[in-house]
Design a protein around this ligand. Structure first.
Ligand code: HEM
Length: 340
């Protein structure tokens, strides 16, 4: 369905899946994820600067795309140690960068067809691009994403040492075996491209949906909003000096807000074990940090978005069908964006 047969997301054979999972597990231990905190905080800070700039222009922000921009830049840095050349999603305050638009538009009705009829997908991938674009205009975005990911993978294959230069271990560093002696390549180019596609989709779509959904419901209920702000003001007194995830994860109300945004992940039956490979652990850190910083730093009001905009269609994960969440993001008096 997602052209992920050889990537961790789609591998069916348990033995092969286990090998890939074992390769990545060290990057998803609690300790390793805590090591990503400076990276995440820097992206959250940048996102807050963009929200502030947008407000100064008198404009509402597209928070859904904004969260997606933050998530895309985080997952790219986690995968490659950098954002693809010229494709940093948080580079402007419209949040409509090519990677955000392409991840969002790749989730469409064609997935339903491909899920039921795998051979149609095989047919389509072999058709000329212009023909495919005719009946699915959003394919132009998928092509943008594929091209940039292919360039990224080729770049890393040409010069695998770049993944050693990052301040934290990277997913492609593991795939390219950079941090294991011998420097031997483990995966074929085509598999690496599938992994690149899988990680950018997995790392941005569910997360931005959860963040937008959670933000809307907090803002839409003044009592919930007030309670969250009260808790954050005590735990996070100066919004210019971020507090650590280890403090945030102990806040009871922030925990309720963050976990309510992704119900299924609360279920110990579905995600048992604290030492196993759980990408969602990283996602929790992003959720806590984004919610805490955005709510603490901005006095937000929903702009022309209603609960009806959160009606969703099932595309493996939920895809909202309405207008993406928009809000005016007024910086609180004590917050000076960019000062930290
Ligand atoms: C709120 C955010 C997220 C949600 C709700 C979510 C949800 C899911 C779900 C339901 C699955 C399928 C699990 C299964 O088949 O048992 C999954 C798998 C996966 N997710 Fe996420 N995810 C989120 C964030 C992320 C992030 C940030 C990453 C990347 C770092 C990621 C990478 C993956 C990968 C690689 C798999 C396949 C794991 C495997 O097959 O072993 N996800 N996710």
């Amino acid at each position: 369905m997602f052209a992920q047969e050889n990537a961790i997301f789609g591998i069916v054979a348990p033995a092969v899946h286990k090998l890939r999972k074992d390769l990545l597990s060290p990057l998803f231990s609690r300790r390793a994820v805590l090591g990503l905190e400076p990276l995440m905080q820097s992206k959250v800070d940048k996102f807050c600067i963009r929200l502030s700039e947008r407000y100064d222009k008198g404009k509402a922000s597209n928070l859904f795309f904004g969260y997606a921009s933050m998530a895309v830049d985080i997952i790219n840095e986690f995968c490659y140690g950098r954002c693809p050349e010229g494709l940093e999603a948080l580079s402007d305050d419209t949040f409509e960068s090519p990677l955000v638009m392409s991840t969002r538009h790749s989730i469409n009705w064609t997935l339903w067809v491909y899920r039921e009829f795998w051979w149609i997908r095989e047919l389509v991938v072999n058709l000329p691009e212009r023909l495919v674009n005719l009946f699915t205009p959003s394919n132009t975005w998928t092509v943008v994403m594929m091209n940039s990911l292919e360039n990224m993978v080729d770049d890393m294959l040409r010069n695998p040492s770049v993944c050693k230069e990052s301040s934290h271990p990277t997913i492609f560093g593991r795939f390219l075996n950079c941090d294991v002696s011998g420097g031997q390549r483990l995966l074929l180019r085509e598999t690496l491209i599938q992994e690149a596609m899988g990680f950018i989709m997995a790392g941005s779509i569910e997360l931005s949906s959860a963040l937008a959904y959670g933000t809307f419901h907090v803002l839409n209920d003044p009592k919930v909003h007030q309670r969250l702000i009260e808790e954050l003001v005590v735990a996070f007194p100066d919004p210019n000096n971020a507090v650590s995830f280890e403090i945030l994860e102990r806040l009871p109300y922030l925990t309720i807000v963050s976990t309510s945004a992704v119900y299924s992940h609360l279920d110990e039956f579905v995600y048992p074990g604290s030492n196993q490979f759980r990408p969602e652990r990283m996602a929790y850190m992003e959720l806590y940090m984004a919610f805490a910083n955005v709510f603490r730093r901005f006095d937000m009001t929903i702009h022309e978005t209603t609960s009806g905009d959160f009606k969703w269609k099932e595309y493996f994960g939920p895809g909202f069908v309405g207008r993406p969440l928009h809000a005016f993001t007024k910086p609180r008096a004590e917050y000076r964006a960019g000062s930290h």
